[in-house]
Ligand binder design. Sequence first.
Ligand SMILES: *Cc1c(COP(=O)(O)O)cnc(C)c1O
Length: 449
Amino acid sequence: MKDILREIPQISAFIERFKDRFSPIYITRVAREITSRYREEIKKGIRLTVEGIFEEVERELIRRKGTNLRPVVNATGIVINTNLGRAPLPEEALELVREISAGYSNLEYDLLTGRRGSRNSHVADYLKDLTGSESAFVVNNNAGAVLLVLHTLAREREVVVSRGELVEIGGSFRIPEIMASSGAILREVGTTNRTRLSDYEDAIGENTAILMKVHRSNFYISGFTEEVSARELADLGRKYGITTYYDIGSGLITDILLPGSGEVSFSRALKDGVDIVSGSGDKLLGGPQAGIILGKEELIEKIRRNPIARALRVDKMTLAGLEAVLRMYLEGRHEEIPVVRMLSEREEVIKSRAKRLIRRLRDIEGLETSLIKDVAKPGGGSMPELELPTWCVACSFRDMPPDELSASLRLSEPPVVGRVHRGRFLLDMRTVSDDELSLIRTAFELLNY
Ligand SMILES: *Cc1c(COP(=O)(O)O)cnc(C)c1O
């Protein structure tokens, strides 16, 4: 075995062989990855020829077309899939992003006066109109929004939060940690399953800056529970003259978009009387990554003037994408936003897409498919309790176990990511668009190549 390992060509040999067609950096990266994968396989006892390794590297060089970031077909059924880039943007958002980023723009330039303008102004009015907020400010993401709000309004002072809402989202965003980074002092009240209004009230003291509510985006507690509503908390804040802040997470614009989902919207939280509300741009809102801060003018003004806001400011590409998406909401065309469409698509439409995929894959050698009814998840820290009915195409390919088929499709071109459920490999049609059906076929064709 040692000898075979030694026969794996040096990276320079791959560069020498392919340098006329690909850049050395690109060849190095691909060759390293494949030779190290082969090293593992040889250790497991698989026999390979040197020429076979060259061929595999060449195939991979062609497949990847040279970029690290590549489009992936999301057949997981998870609509807001953080690992796969969260919300896919609508076409007209992409057009505006292209137009604005390809050249110069009025990003921070007031065309009327010829003076310096504000980059925030391009989306602030839309946000106000859509949610009824007095004021609006946008930063890089919602984690940044939480940090900025707390740093501005509660540094070295206390923030009262229910123990049932000290959540961790996406593995790296933890309320207690972000609170510590902001310099605010966490004052936990209540228990994991029950927190009453009196718990908040008892915690109020000289040093209290904020009464905070955090949406439990990615889990839910059932059984013997009690939590304080946004309205009750807002009333309590007013009674004591203390700011209230609601981190709603998802960025849902209004309740009518997802009736019965149990998800709070910006408009709802503001109507309930909360002073400041923040949420993400790329979860249920369906736009680019952004952190949206809404609420009272005088508080937003303080937040805007905090020097840290400069470190969290949004790029022109984000603003262009966000403006286009917000306009679609204002014009009542939210059904055209991919996230909204995927979440609200009727079962029959999904079923017919699944049937069409089965027809498209009919002549792929070694592949057997069947139609299966299942449930899809919104994902991305939104609506943990909500399950959407969906239709999947279950696939078995040659004698590959489901995990192996899953891995092979992931490494195909384009990469297709499905899910393995109860010993079957499934392609969920809720998160796949009609245009992607032919891409799935291409990915299967490559498995036979
Ligand atoms: C997702 C989420 C965040 C983090 O938002 P990002 O946009 O991912 O930075 C913060 N708070 C809550 C409640 C969330 O659901």
